[in-house]
Design a protein around this ligand. Structure first.
Ligand code: ASP
Length: 317
């Protein structure tokens, strides 16, 4: 049986390696996706997910996360959760509940405490410094505050054919308190059906929600499209439609994997992702929108990786 994992952004690469290691040892897709996302949540230099994530406009780090099981369609999600070490684990636990499985704000935080999840102040000194600096720049230069965000979204396929999807995000940078993006929303941020495949999204949540693109990609794969053809069709047709009817399409990038471990991506901005399966080791790629509703995908270069490493660890002046 085929198995594999795909996840958004370069930041997910170590998690993808770990997920593939578990999948190779016949562990479950659910454990693999949770481990993958926890790896990103725990790394302090990623400023858009979990520990080290950037806070909202009032300086509070509010996080969103979701988990979906592709056999049973169970979904668990949290939005605006605070001070919890691994929001993805809370979401996965909630997916077992028949009722109250999507919790927001205080209710989500309270649930995680009652269930014994690890409490942690997730706002690092570094993230707070970046936030302060950014706040100053926005005021001084009249900049768009909503730039610079990235969600980790992942899909896993295990050796029994089970597929799962997960997301975790601190959401849009400088979001207003209580703002929720696409990441915890089924159909927009993620969707998975073990008989077809799965998809997850990253980008401007307000616009991703307008197209329910994760569901649309899974639906197209169900009609026989390859993951790549499904991503291209769903993402670029919606990009055009939104530009036409709404005036502008925000940045968005989608990834997909099917039951054979085949994958695809589509994006309207430069986008990195990591993927591997039973035939190929985890590898980081860079994707861009190509001509005529296609996607250009290339392996990442060493120069790109070195510059990235330097950028995320640069001192904050
Ligand atoms: N989709 C996330 C949100 O809107 C942010 C991102 O993925 O960049 O909350």
């Amino acid at each position: 049986m085929a198995w594999g994992a795909i996840a958004t952004w370069r930041m997910a690469h170590d998690g993808v390696i770990e997920a593939l290691r578990l999948l190779e040892k016949q562990q479950s897709a659910g454990d693999a996706v949770e481990t993958l996302i926890k790896t990103v949540e725990d790394y302090p230099y990623y400023k858009s997910v979990g520990f080290g994530g950037l806070p909202n406009a009032e300086g509070i780090l509010e996080m969103d996360a979701a988990f979906m099981h592709g056999d049973t369609f169970e979904i668990g999600a949290v939005a605006g959760i605070t001070d919890v070490k691994n929001p993805i684990s809370v979401a996965r636990k909630l997916s077992k509940d028949k009722f109250n499985s999507f919790r927001v704000g205080e209710g989500a935080t309270k649930y995680s405490m009652l269930e014994g999840f690890e409490r942690k102040s997730m706002l690092t000194e570094r993230a707070h410094k970046i936030w302060e600096k950014r706040l100053k720049e926005i005021h001084e230069n009249n900049l768009n505050p909503y730039d610079g965000h990235d969600t980790v979204g992942a899909i896993t396929l295990d050796q029994t054919g089970t597929m799962t999807a997960g997301t975790s995000s601190s959401g849009l940078f400088m979001k207003k308190p209580g703002r929720v993006g696409d990441s915890p929303l089924s159909g927009s941020g993620f969707y998975v059906d073990s008989e077809i495949g799965g998809a997850t999204a990253t980008g401007l949540g307000e616009d991703l929600m307008k197209g329910c693109l994760s569901y649309e990609i899974v639906r197209l794969m169900g009609e026989g499209f390859t993951p790549q053809a499904a991503c291209d069709k769903a993402v670029y047709e919606f990009h055009d439609k939104l530009t036409d009817r709404y005036g502008k399409a925000g940045a968005f990038s989608l990834i997909a994997m099917n039951t054979q471990g085949e994958w695809g991506v589509a994006t309207n901005v430069e986008f990195t992702f990591s993927v591997g399966n039973n035939q190929a080791e985890a590898q980081i790629f860079i994707a861009n929108m190509g001509a005529n509703h296609t996607t250009e995908i290339q392996p990442i270069t060493q120069e790109w990786l070195a510059a990235y490493e330097k950028r995320i660890k640069a001192p904050i002046e």
